[in-house]
Design a protein around this ligand. Structure first.
Ligand code: ADP
Ligand code: MG
Length: 340
C-alpha cells in the first residue's frame, strides 16, 4: 500500500434503494458508498435503517485509521516512530493491535512477513516517484535495518521503540486489511447485520449476499478474484457468508527494468522483490490476518506458501504462479469456482 496524501480527497457517491416494509413503515435501505482511500477504490455496502449515515461514519473512521497507519503521511503514528531516532514513542492503541498481529504472522511465517522492510522499500523507490534497482551498497545499508527484533512493543505503556538506527516500519502489508476489519466492526456496532467492505479486492463480508434491494441472507456472497493475466476478468469466485477474501498480487504495484519485473513485496532475507507467485488469495475471518498472510505467502513461494496455508487452522487460500499454475488449499476446494 503506497499512500499519497493527494489521493485522500474523498469522492462519495450514495446509491440508495429504498424499500418500505413492516407495520411502522420504517424504511430498510441498502446504501452504498464509493470512496478513494489508501490509494485504492473502496466500496462499502450495507443494509439497515440508518445504513447511509453509518457508512459515511465508517468512511471517516477508515480515513482516520489511514492517517495513523501510513508511513508516508507526515505526523502519522508510524511516521513519528520512524522519525524518533531510537526514543520510545507513545502510539494509538490501533498501532499496538496491528504490531501484535504482525508479530504473530512474523513468527508463523518464518520471518517472511516483516514490517521492518521500510528502509528497503524506500531504497527501491516504492512510495516515491522514482522506482529503480538500487545499488548494492544502498541495498546493503537498508538491509541493516531489517529484523523485527529491533522493534520493542510495550502494550502497557503503549510505546514502540526502534532499537536499531537503520530500522524503519512499513505497515503497508497489513494496514489495508486491518482498516477493512475496523470499518466492518464499526458498521456492526451500529446494529447493522448485512454489509460488505471492499478495498480494491480486499473484501470482508457480513450476513450473506447483497441483493438488488435487500440482502439475500440465506446465500453466501460471491467474491470475484481478479485474473492476474487479464486484469479486466475474473479467475475465480469464492463464496463466503461471513469473513474475508483478500488478494495480494505482483501485477498491480511494480516496475520493469531491463525486462525484469520488480514487485512491491520484499523478501526480507534478501532485500529483493518476491518472485514466483503472481497472486495469493487468502480466505479467513479477519482481513488483517488475511492481508499479512497473503504478503508472507508471496515471499514464501509455491511450496512453502501452500504449506503455511494448509497448516494454519481457519485459513484457506489459492496461489497462482508465474507459469499460470493454480493451487488451492484443501478446505477451499468446495467453495471456490475456478473460471478457467
Ligand atoms: P497491496 O494490497 O497494497 O498491494 P500487499 O498486501 O500486497 O499490499 O502488501 C504489499 C505492501 O506490504 C508493500 O507495499 C509494503 O508496504 C509491505 N511489505 C512489502 N514486503 C513486505 C514483507 N516482506 N513483510 C511485510 N510487509 C511487506
Ligand atoms: Mg498484505
Amino acid at each position: 500500500m503506497t499512500l499519497k496524501p493527494v489521493m485522500l480527497g474523498i469522492v462519495a457517491v450514495i446509491v440508495v434503494f429504498g424499500v418500505v416494509i413492516g407495520q411502522d413503515y420504517a424504511v430498510i435501505r441498502t446504501a452504498q458508498e464509493d470512496v478513494l482511500l489508501m490509494d485504492t477504490f473502496v466500496r462499502l455496502v450495507a443494509e439497515g435503517r440508518e445504513a447511509e449515515s453509518v457508512l459515511v461514519q465508517a468512511v471517516a473512521e477508515m480515513s482516520r485509521l489511514e492517517s495513523l497507519l501510513s508511513a508516508h503521511i507526515p505526523g502519522s503514528d508510524v511516521w513519528r516512530i520512524n522519525e524518533s531516532q531510537g526514543e520510545p514513542v507513545v502510539v494509538s492503541p490501533e498501532i499496538i493491535d496491528v504490531l501484535e498481529l504482525a508479530t504473530l504472522v512474523y513468527d508463523k511465517s518464518d520471518g517472511t512477513f516483516d514490517v521492518t522492510v521500510g528502509a528497503v522499500m524506500r531504497t527501491w523507490g516504492f512510495g516515491t516517484d522514482t522506482l529503480a534497482v538500487p545499488s548494492a551498497e544502498a541495498l546493503a545499508e537498508a538491509m541493516r535495518g531489517v529484523g523485527f527484533d529491533s522493534v520493542a512493543i510495550d502494550s502497557d505503556t503503549r510505546t514502540v521503540q526502534l532499537t536499531n538506527p537503520y530500522t524503519r516500519l512499513d505497515l503497508g502489508g497489513i494496514a489495508k486489511g486491518y482498516i477493512v476489519d475496523r470499518a466492518l466492526e464499526f458498521i456492526r456496532s451500529q446494529g447493522i447485520k448485512h454489509a460488505i467492505v471492499d478495498a480494491g479486492g480486499d473484501v470482508r463480508v457480513m450476513g450473506g449476499r447483497p441483493g438488488k434491494y435487500l440482502w439475500d441472507k440465506s446465500r453466501p456472497a460471491r467474491v470475484g478474484v481478479q485474473d492476474p493475466f487479464s486484469p479486466e476478468g475474473l479467475i475465480a469466485i469464492v463464496e463466503v457468508s461471513e469473513g474475508s477474501v483478500l488478494t495480494s498480487g505482483d501485477y498491480e504495484r511494480f516496475f520493469v527494468q531491463d525486462e525484469v519485473r520488480y514487485t512491491h513485496i520484499i523478501d526480507p532475507r534478501t532485500g529483493y522483490p518476491a518472485r514466483g507467485i503472481t497472486s495469493a488469495t487468502i480466505v479467513t475471518e479477519e482481513a488483517a490476518l488475511a492481508d499479512a498472510i497473503a504478503t508472507a505467502v508471496m515471499v514464501l513461494g509455491r511450496d512453502e506458501g501452500m504449506k503455511l496455508i494448509n497448516s494454519w487452522a481457519g485459513v484457506e487460500g489459492m496461489l497462482i504462479t508465474e507459469d499460470e499454475e493454480i493451487l488451492i488449499s484443501n478446505g477451499l476446494k468446495n467453495t471456490i469456482q475456478v473460471l478457467r
